[in-house]
Write a protein that binds this ligand. Structure first.
Ligand code: G3P
Ligand code: MG
Length: 246
């Protein structure tokens, strides 16, 4: 596993392919790849029996035909849900992917992956620990490594404990007091902010601390141009049909 090199290219497709396909499904990854994307962000949490799988929300209603807290169901129950029909009829029957399935797809194609650890509330440390262990196992011998990210410092702490060599990024939706020290304490390689928080001065601060500065979720060309001019190191986007990654 090559975990020393920075693992991501500049353009990263959000939740697989943003909004053109059902988010966080392999169909979305495939669509993003058709638009030339070679790096994908996805949200990962645990089933009740401890298997990492992709889902953004804590609950199932918005992006599947399931109900209730996703982390309360076993993988056997989750794997029978339809995670595509809510988006459009052509994606009906698309399953929720396990991290195992996603690893097969991205490693097989030599794609980069940003795993956002998005724990079910109350499972922050455990989710980071388990996802860290699973990534070590799944990416072993591939010569690749994903980037972990999370809004939750405890989740990153868990990943640091179980997989210290896999790079981490702290996600921020505000520049709260002590944010840079927090990223440093977790030995992060990156800080990833809401694009509205990022400017040249913040990028300079992050670079001076030896970290990469990334932003989510940029879907507007003028905003992307400004951030590129400011020196940002990566952009997470839904607009895979409008921003060419090459
Ligand atoms: O990882 C960046 C971005 O995905 C964070 O926000 O809510 O889309 O997971 P969210
Ligand atoms: Mg995310």
């Amino acid at each position: 596993m090559n975990s020393k090199a920075w693992p991501l290219p500049f353009w990263i497709a959000h939740r697989g392919a943003g909004k053109l396909a059902p988010e966080n499904t392999l169909a979305a990854f495939r669509l993003g790849a058709q638009y030339g994307y070679r790096a994908f962000e996805c949200d990962v949490k645990l089933s009740s029996d401890g298997l990492p799988f992709l889902l953004h929300d804590a609950t199932l209603e918005r992006t599947s035909n399931g109900q209730g807290v996703a982390g309360a169901l076993s993988w056997s129950e989750l794997s029978r849900l339809d995670a595509g029909g809510w988006h459009s009829r052509s994606f009906a029957g698309e399953p929720l992917p396990s991290l195992i399935a996603v690893a097969r797809f991205v490693i097989g194609n030599r794609y980069a992956l940003n795993i956002e650890i998005k724990p079910t509330p109350g499972q922050e440390l455990l989710t980071g620990q388990v996802v860290g262990r699973e990534v070590l196992r799944l990416w072993q011998g591939s010569g690749l490594a994903p980037l972990f990210s999370s809004f939750d410092p405890l989740a990153l702490q868990g990943a640091l404990e179980s997989a210290p060599a896999i790079p981490r990024g702290l996600l921020l939706d505000s520049l709260r007091e002590g944010w840079l020290a927090e990223a440093q304490a977790l030995a992060c390689r990156a800080v990833i902010t809401n694009y509205r928080l990022m400017d040249a001065a913040t990028i300079a601060k992050i670079h001076a601390a030896g970290m990469q500065a990334l932003v989510y979720t940029v879907n507007d060309a003028a905003t992307a141009q400004t951030l590129i001019g400011d020196g940002v190191d990566g952009i997470i986007t839904d607009a895979v049909d409008r921003f060419s990654p090459v």
